[in-house]
Design a binder for this molecule. Sequence first.
Ligand code: FAD
Length: 311
Amino acid sequence: MSKILVIGEISDGKLNSGTAKVVAAAAQIKGDITVALFGADVSAAAADAAKLDGVTKVLKIESAANANPLAAVYAPQIVELAAGYSHVLFPGTAFGKDTAPRVAARLGVQQVSDIMVAHSPTSFDRPTYAGNAIVTVEAPAAPAIVATVRLASFTAVGSSANAAIESASSSAALPSHTRFVKLEAQKSERPDLQAAARVVSGGRALGSSDAFKIIYSLADKMGAAVGASRAAVDSGYVPNDMQVGQTGKIIAPELYVAAGISGAIQHLAGIKDARTIVAINKDAEAPIFEVADFGLVADLFTAVPELEGKL
Ligand SMILES: Cc1cc2nc3c(=O)[nH]c(=O)nc-3n(C[C@H](O)[C@H](O)[C@H](O)COP(=O)(O)OP(=O)(O)OC[C@H]3O[C@@H](n4cnc5c(N)ncnc54)[C@H](O)[C@@H]3O)c2cc1C
């Protein structure tokens, strides 16, 4: 039977919602599921992880060195912990994408990236060509399979379990070449882009950061997160953590509204799993209309305020 180690992610002391989706992927592989949490004090996150359906054990690896999620510091400890496990799974977030390759390299295995489906303990679907094709890969079982999970492809497991919580320590030698200096993060009252049920995004057509206010205003009316195309980010209208797409965030909201976005494949790669896509574009031939469930051929500077007024 598979023994699966899920590396949980902690944000602001709480268990990141992506962890419940990684557990869903682990449940599809089938096996015994342990969640490992690294930090200085992970009690609150451990209590949440212990409730996740399918989890049999939560391991707390607490130390001052683990206070901040440094991939270089976590990786040797994860490798030590991974002995005896058949799989080590990470969320496909910046944290997972940063840490998993170091673990895979230390174990001497090739990482499986962006698991969308687990057909068996060793066979997985993953996207390729910016999400335009899905490839089924077979990974060698030994010494362990190291993988990231595409969060947009899994529904979070429920939280009615009551798994054991244990403390573990590590004797792995930690590097001193990488140290935490400071964290600069965007603070926003709006929902998190990757977790939001509704997202409104703006593109190059907005023309300035000032004009982007109409996107924020519509999003606030809808209780939505705000996203953007790369063109809008590169033009400096919005910060780059708002970019949706192949080289931005992969999201799966219930509702995605794209205003003044042409629908380049690299943008569409980020919204493939959105339930309902609404496009507002003044060009009836824009490729975004090929994937939109509802399309409005209109000038966004008229349509967006009008839509907000009607809501
Ligand atoms: C390796 C690589 C990775 C990339 N990764 C990403 C990524 O992660 N995310 C991403 O978004 N892009 C990515 N891109 C860039 C991508 O190819 C496009 O260039 C980008 O998505 C275009 O952004 P846009 O749709 O805002 O701009 P444009 O393509 O310029 O489209 C603007 C649209 O606005 C419409 N418009 C103009 N004025 C109005 C108006 N007043 N009202 C309504 N509509 C109007 C136009 O008809 C047009 O369709 C990547 C490219 C490469 C090469």
